[in-house]
Design a protein around this ligand. Structure first.
Ligand SMILES: *[C@@H]1O[C@H](CO)[C@@H](O)[C@H](O)[C@H]1NC(C)=O
Ligand SMILES: *[C@@H]1O[C@H](CO)[C@@H](O)[C@H](O)[C@H]1NC(C)=O
Ligand SMILES: *[C@@H]1O[C@H](CO)[C@@H](O)[C@H](O)[C@H]1NC(C)=O
Ligand SMILES: *[C@@H]1O[C@H](CO)[C@@H](O)[C@H](O)[C@H]1NC(C)=O
Ligand SMILES: *[C@@H]1O[C@H](CO)[C@@H](O)[C@H](O)[C@H]1NC(C)=O
Ligand SMILES: *[C@@H]1O[C@H](CO)[C@@H](O)[C@H](O)[C@H]1NC(C)=O
Length: 795
């Protein structure tokens, strides 16, 4: 049998996984890599926003202008200054010492947060269709959502522009042509398209689209970008479904907003940082109102200004552009969250109240209700049942034409791997048994029915006791309102943030399991070539899918409150989130089945209607983030070169703590003794006269004192500050505890999670105290340079 490219890739992945082959990583000193040289916002040196300076630096290091032109890949000269170039370690080191250079780092490869649908592809419908958001909000038309992803399928019904006026007047984006995508492919819905392939090609060689299923253009040959774009800002499409499943109206969170796509992620879902930074550089000046990104790196996380995502989003924030990131699919391990900058929104994923029952009837007449996405016609034929164990190695040909029972084991192979093994042995379907809270039914190329371990054991017993075991598979149905929902998805990355543990991450959770959204008809729904189905809507799961839900809500809030800052919008989303599920119990965490905590879902589940009118907001602007950077140990000089505005007076305070950033959650990750954090809230309610009372639920073992306990707002008193004093009442050595602060008025509940780790037992082995941080200039040396050397392979 001919094995297709995609199947081969799957098999390759299996081999890599099974044999633990790691890519070679001997950094030879002469090795040429793509480095990103970041030169900051250049508030005083506008001339640095000029490619000539980039050429000068490269010429001085490489010897000639010609060599410099050959090495230069991108010159970032619009929204911030920097460049990407091919350099060896010694050259990178030389550049790191040059004037104007803030940081230099290797362009890493980031991955889409669906695990490329390998693990977590699923089923149901757009989470927002059940939320009664106001129809056709006119302001939405003025909002442009920037999507940095795998491109777009422009002909999808989700991107039709029938009822939209021309793009907003301030829009400066372009429609960049390319393969099967012309300058006129854009419309009044899809108002911009650009693509960036240099970083990809430097790592992988020329992208030859006669050999690889891709388009050298903004056209999507992966599906991920089409899916995320339609979730955030897709038009309304009636009667959308995946082969009949999940039928309903598909639409984005802001269905009249505009979409601009920046394609930086290519075949197999890889995105190179040099390309990503180029996309930010353009998107910020094109005039997008928000940027949605569903990819990232895994821990260890790079330092804030040695990461394209953090640099790009920082300069976006400076311009008032909201940036929404997926939190990652590395859960449920603690401290697995990525994309944790405090100037972005980091989104976890959870389920909806929709399920896809798929019935199995065994030869002994026992009926078992599993979950699946089996869209084959109902078939009354019984088929022989085979036993595959963990289906973790090659299966015998004897399973051909049979339905194979496979068991998932913790840390073992997932259902995709089982499906590939069963497919290769000629089997007709898979019954996949695993821990129930882990189940995320996936669209695969052969039917897979997911059952829990108990059901799996029953099927296994039947198999052993029967001389001729047979089973019948029903087609799946979609059912709404069945189970307590939401549940935080097993795969969703968890806090605390390893980079700045005093800022709670993720911020919020949103639907990210079994999301139905637009899909390119040329891409098989299971993304494997043996799957010959062509669909316009497909089910995917991942924080990649929850992120654009929040992006859609950000677009909606921008349209209603165009004057709100990115921090104000995030605050509205976080303080109005809910933490109880449809059965009014605390939302559970998939995997453990235990009540979820803020490391699972941040402030809770997004609640768009409440977010429109949150009452109070915790605002923050550039000055607040500057103090935050001071608290992390950045020097004034470094911060001055990063910040774009020349007007801002950048002076680090004597003492600063990341816990004091005016964030809508309160976190003290190392509470050694009584500590006070400060917050300021702004009344944004239509009612200018109102009174709020503080209601606290204390973390176990910690006393929480809020001062003052009452906040009074009047037409001339819009803001109020308060302090929260956290007093340890116990001796502990590093356990996190959770509580809540709510400001309650007649009309509003403004809620914040409190996260505290009491750490007051003296431990002689504990790290020595940090050097005195009170004198900012004292820390001038500690910057990135040492990391640069490490990264460049030197001592
Ligand atoms: C900015 O970069 C672009 C593309 O690299 C280049 O064409 C343009 O001339 C540069 N502009 C300035 C002012 O350097
Ligand atoms: C792309 O691949 C095709 C088929 O292998 C080959 O004929 C063609 O020369 C390649 N194009 C480039 C630019 O390498
Ligand atoms: C919805 O689409 C299906 C095909 O997917 C079609 O058979 C059906 O008639 C459509 N229903 C409506 C109301 O348009
Ligand atoms: C299963 O049900 C059918 C029809 O109701 C019946 O004829 C058959 O004997 C049953 N088989 C067993 C093993 O109970
Ligand atoms: C039912 O499934 C069996 C095995 O998969 C197949 O041989 C048979 O043709 C199917 N029948 C119908 C009516 O689809
Ligand atoms: C900047 O702010 C600091 C502290 O707020 C103040 O001491 C200093 O004088 C200010 N500098 C300028 C140039 O305004």
């Amino acid at each position: 049998m001919e094995i297709s490219i995609r199947i081969r890739i799957v098999i390759f992945i299996l081999l890599v996984r099974v044999q633990h082959i790691q890519p070679a990583d001997q950094a030879d000193a002469d090795d040429v890599n793509v480095y990103i040289v970041y030169m900051g916002g250049n508030r005083f040196d506008q001339h640095l926003l000029n490619s000539e300076i980039h050429y000068q630096i490269l010429t001085s290091v490489l010897g000639s202008h010609k060599a410099a032109a050959m090495a230069l890949m991108y010159s970032y000269n619009k929204s911030f200054s920097g460049f990407a170039a091919k350099l060896n370690a010694a050259q990178a080191r030389t550049i790191s010492t040059m004037k104007g250079v803030v940081s230099i780092f290797k362009s890493r490869v980031l991955k889409l947060h669906t695990t490329h649908s390998w693990d977590f592809m699923g089923l149901p419908l757009d989470g927002l269709t059940r939320m009664p958001i106001q129809e056709a909000h006119h302001g939405e038309e003025d909002v442009v959502i920037g999507i940095i992803d795998t491109g777009i399928w422009p002909e999808s019904q989700s991107f039709k522009d029938d009822t939209l006026p021309p793009p907003p007047s301030g829009w400066k984006g372009v429609c960049q042509g390319g393969e099967k995508f012309s300058k006129s492919t854009c419309n009044r819905k899809l108002v911009g398209a650009r693509w960036y392939v240099k970083g990809y090609e430097e790592a992988n060689g020329f992208l030859n689209t006669t050999e690889v299923p891709e388009y050298r253009s903004a056209r999507d040959h992966n599906g991920h970008g089409t899916h995320t774009a339609s979730t955030a800002g897709g038009s309304q499409v009636r009667n959308a479904s995946f082969l009949g499943l999940g039928r309903g109206i598909a639409r984005g969170g802001a269905s009249r907003a505009r979409i601009a796509v920046y394609k930086t992620c290519w075949v197999e879902g890889v995105c190179y940082e040099a390309d990503i930074l180029a996309a930010f550089n353009d998107a910020i000046t094109d005039g997008v109102d928000l940027i949605s990104l569903s990819f990232g790196t895994t821990t260890p996380l790079p330092e804030y200004f040695a990461s394209s995502s953090n640099i790009g989003s920082f300069h976006a924030m400076e311009k008032g552009i909201s940036v929404v990131f997926s939190a990652g699919n590395a859960g449920p391990d603690p401290a697995s969250v990525s994309n944790t900058a405090p100037w972005v929104i980091s989104v976890a994923a959870s389920t909806m109240d929709r399920s896809f029952p798929t019935y199995l009837m065994l030869g002994n007449n026992m009926t078992i209700r599993g979950e699946g996405v089996n869209t084959q016609r109902p078939n009354d034929t019984f088929v022989q049942l085979a036993y595959g164990g963990t289906c973790g190695s090659r299966l015998p040909r004897s399973v051909a034409r049979k339905i194979v029972l496979c068991f998932g084991i913790p840390g073992g192979d997932n259902s995709l791997v089982a499906a590939v093994r069963v497919y290769l042995a000629g089997g007709s379907a898979v019954i996949f048994s695993e821990v129930p809270t882990k189940v995320v039914p996936s669209v695969l190329f052969i039917p897979v029915v997911y059952v829990d371990m108990e059901q799996g054991a029953k099927i296994s017993l039947y198999y052993q006791s029967s001389r001729f075991p047979i089973v019948r598979l029903s087609s799946s149905r979609s059912v709404v309102g069945l189970e307590p929902a939401p549940v935080v998805a097993y795969f969703s990355s968890r806090g605390p943030s390893t980079l700045s543990p005093d800022i709670l991450k993720p911020d919020i959770t949103a639907p990210g399991v079994n999301i139905l959204a637009a899909w390119p008809p040329v891409v098989p729904p299971s993304e494997v070539d043996v799957d010959t189905r062509s669909v316009d809507y497909n089910f995917l799961s991942g924080t990649s899918m929850s992120c654009p839900h929040v992006s859609g809500i950000v677009a909606l809030l921008k349209s209603i409150h165009p004057e709100w800052s990115p921090a104000a919008i995030r605050s509205a989303i976080m303080t109005t989130a809910y933490v109880r599920d449809t059965s009014l119990e605390l939302i559970k965490a998939g995997g453990s089945g235990k009540p979820a905590n803020p490391f699972d879902f941040g402030a809770g589940h997004v609640n768009p209607i409440q977010a429109i009118n949150p009452g109070l907001i915790y605002d923050a602007g550039l000055t607040d983030y500057v103090v935050f950077l001071c608290s992390l140990g950045y020097t004034q000089k470094q911060i001055r070169s990063i910040v774009s505005s020349a007007k801002l007076n950048i002076t680090c305070p004597e003492k600063s703590s990341a816990s004091d950033l005016n964030y809508p959650s309160i976190t003290v990750s190392n509470l050694e003794s009584t500590t006070t954090v400060k917050r300021t809230v702004t009344n944004v309610a239509p009612d200018e006269n109102c009174v709020y009372v503080a209601v606290v639920s204390c973390p176990p073992g910690v006393e929480v004192i809020v001062k003052p306990k009452v906040l009074v707002f009047k037409p001339h008193i819009k803001t109020a500050s308060f302090s929260v004093t956290l007093k340890p009442l116990k001796h502990s050595n590093g356990v996190y505890n959770f509580g809540r602060l709510a400001w309650i008025s007649r009309d509003h509940h403004v809620q914040s999670p409190i996260v505290v780790r009491v750490n007051n037992i003296k431990d002689e082995f504990k790290d020595a105290k940090q050097p005195n941080k009170s004198n900012p200039e004292h820390r001038e040396q500690t910057y990135l340079k040492s990391e640069v050397y490490d990264d460049a392979g030197a001592v």
